[in-house]
Design a protein around this ligand. Structure first.
Ligand SMILES: *Cc1c(COP(=O)(O)O)cnc(C)c1O
Length: 357
């Protein structure tokens, strides 16, 4: 497989990495390899150990994040594999507003006596650093879902590594286009590929990336034994999505910034949360849950659905999920801004917001 030069910019890497060797009659894209076993004595042997369609996606994502990637069956498959690095009774420090699946997994492991957890306000760098002193693993998510808090990844990583803890960053919201945690000192990057990386709301997949060869080998071994391996078609679709990641992120971000400017003036809202980058915006309806529910029923373009990071704009009231922390306001609606025309998006959203003032 040809690998893109690390000297290239992300837009070039997204397009060129993970391609087959060039040559007469060589396909420009890695084919979908449907196989559960390979001829014996080679490097692959069995399909739980590897697949050329995974490898192409992994080459591309690894080049974008500055490490080596491993694809997983889902974001949660990747999350669970990382948490398995923590020894018995080890301490995990994590954001109080982590992704709900991550919080549920941490709570489950703690309730069974496997690990201890300490949930922190990720914006309070001093408190996070202090909590990390005895940690085995420091989990960061930045921006957080859906509170959109931002962590000082570089400062926390330096302190946590000094204390001997692994530093893991869930980079699902920012994507490697906007933030590369390995260059900021993190050990492992986690992705729900389901979201921006695949980008078309048609794939469930996850990934880990690390620049540490030993850690890579350990995580690959865990993937083989836990069996959280991705589908071949999914890997192919995810790589196809990744080819336009930079364009989609740029457009979603430009649309989000313009919508935020207008939403900040809207009298139906008590709060507009936006970290200043990316395509996710959280708005809080002054009228609470009822007003928020009316907005999510009142649009034509915006799709009422969970998940995020697709080409189409979606939104949902997060507290409709029982597992969402009670510190997230009842009237908070998370917007995943897509790549449609921004005036069309605004007209549609305004049409749903105006009646609930
Ligand atoms: C969706 C999500 C996950 C979980 O990924 P799945 O692909 O749904 O298993 C993890 N972290 C964040 C930030 C997410 O948004």
């Amino acid at each position: 497989m040809s690998s893109a030069s690390r000297d290239h910019q992300p837009a070039t890497i997204a397009v060129t990495a993970g391609r087959p060797q060039r040559g007469p009659d060589q396909p420009l894209n890695v084919p979908i390899t449907m196989a559960s076993a390979y001829g014996a004595t080679g490097e692959l042997e069995y399909s739980r150990y590897g697949n050329p369609s995974w490898a192409a996606f992994e080459d591309a994502l690894g080049a974008l994040e500055g490490g080596r990637a491993l694809a997983f069956s889902s974001g949660m498959g990747a999350v669970t594999t990382v948490l398995d690095l923590v020894g018995h009774d080890g301490l995990v420090v994590a954001p109080a507003h982590s992704y709900t699946g991550t919080l549920l997994q941490l709570a489950d492991l703690e309730s069974r006596g496997r690990i201890r957890t300490k949930l922190v306000d990720i914006t309070d760098t001093e408190a996070v650093v202090a909590a990390s002193e005895d940690a085995a693993l420091v989990w960061l998510e930045s921006p957080t879902n859906p509170a959109l808090e931002v962590a000082d990844i570089a400062t926390i990583s330096a302190a946590a590594r000094e204390a001997g803890a692994y530093v893991v960053v869930d980079n699902t919201f920012a994507t490697p286009i906007l933030q590369q945690p390995l260059t900021l000192g993190a050990d492992i990057v986690v992705h729900s590929v389901t979201k921006y990386l695949a980008g078309h709301s048609d794939v469930l997949m996850g990934a880990l990336v690390t620049a540490d060869e030993e850690l890579y080998a350990v995580l690959k071994g865990r993937r083989e034994l836990m069996g959280a391996t991705p589908g071949t078609l999914e890997s192919w679709l995810a790589l196809r999505g990744l080819r336009t990641l930079h364009l989609r992120v740029e457009r979603a971000q430009a649309n989000a910034a313009e919508l935020v400017r207008r939403l900040r003036e809207h009298p139906a809202l008590s709060e507009v949360r936006y970290p200043g980058f990316g395509g996710i915006v959280s708005i809080v309806l002054a009228g609470g849950a009822d007003a928020a529910d009316r907005v999510t029923r009142g649009t034509d373009l915006w799709v009422h659905a969970t998940s995020l990071g697709g080409v189409e704009s979606t939104f949902e009231r997060r507290r409709r999920w029982k597992a969402e922390p009670a510190t997230i306001p009842e009237g908070l609606v998370r917007l995943s801004v897509g790549i449609e025309d921004v005036e069309d998006l605004w007209e549609d959203l305004r049409g749903a917001l105006d009646p609930v003032v």
